[in-house]
Design a protein around this ligand. Structure first.
Ligand code: SAH
Length: 222
């Protein structure tokens, strides 16, 4: 029997993820594929979950929270259509993976996390991949946005909300784009909101399932 103690071939697993989970499901934006094909996702996954770092599902990161399924991160990022000049707000940093992807594709990212231990973890992880200069992690309630740095050209919300929090809408630049899961606690629609010339358009891009948004404009019971 052959026993192998060495590190898994992460680069190969990453390429499989790109081909089978992303490209085959319609992720086309070359910048998104390039970023997710480069960024070491295994760093953002807790030690005991690491063998599944590139699995086609969300994974537990502690505190009842998750790192999103790779496809969901790719889809949300693609929907934002980032060109490179944007200032981005993320609500719900978790372990920082999506914030890192956004940081590779935009000028500047502010990500807010309500669980202080996860905010600290995201900071450490972002430092390990050299993105500290691009991505700032704030500890706090992101359902209120982060008015100090508004407006944002793009907003990505990683937790399910009963409706679009008004502060996020107010802090979205014109033109600007937001992706946010809206609906009940069990299932939501991934909604894309576009602000342009003072008008707001809203469309549903997919069905999805996220952890609940907490805080002032989130769910009161969780
Ligand atoms: N962006 C992550 C996914 C994190 S899961 C990724 O890279 O895959 C969603 C996160 O939102 C959880 O860590 C949760 O603690 C956080 N969260 C929930 N409500 C929040 C709020 N009101 N403000 C900031 N973070 C919140």
């Amino acid at each position: 029997m052959l026993f192998c103690n060495s590190e898994p071939d992460w680069a190969a697993q990453r390429q499989q993820m790109i081909e089978f989970q992303l490209k085959r499901r319609g992720i086309k934006d070359p910048r998104v594929l390039e970023a997710m094909g480069t960024l070491p996702r295994e760093i953002f996954v807790p030690e005991r979950m690491r063998p599944w770092a590139y699995a086609d599902e969300p994974l537990a990161i502690g505190y009842g929270q998750t790192i999103s399924q790779p496809y969901m991160t790719a889809l949300m990022t693609q929907l934002l259509q980032l060109q490179g000049h944007e200032k981005v707000l993320e609500v719900g940093a978790g372990s920082g993976y999506h914030a890192a992807v956004l940081g590779m594709l935009a000028r500047e990212v502010i990500t807010i996390e309500i669980v202080p231990e996860l905010a600290e973890l995201a900071r450490r992880n972002l430092e390990r991949v050299g993105l500290t200069g691009k991505v700032r992690v704030i500890t706090g309630d992101g359902s209120q946005g982060y008015p100090e740095e508004a407006p944002y050209d793009a907003i990505s919300v990683a937790a399910a909300s009963p409706d679009v929090p008004q502060p996020l809408l107010d802090q979205l630049n014109d033109p600007g784009r937001m992706v946010i899961p809206i609906g009940g606690l069990d299932e939501q629609e991934l909604v894309v909101i576009e602000k342009a010339e003072g008008r707001i358009q809203r469309r549903s891009a997919a069905l999805c399932r996220f952890v609940p948004l907490r805080g002032g404009y989130g769910w009161k019971v969780v």
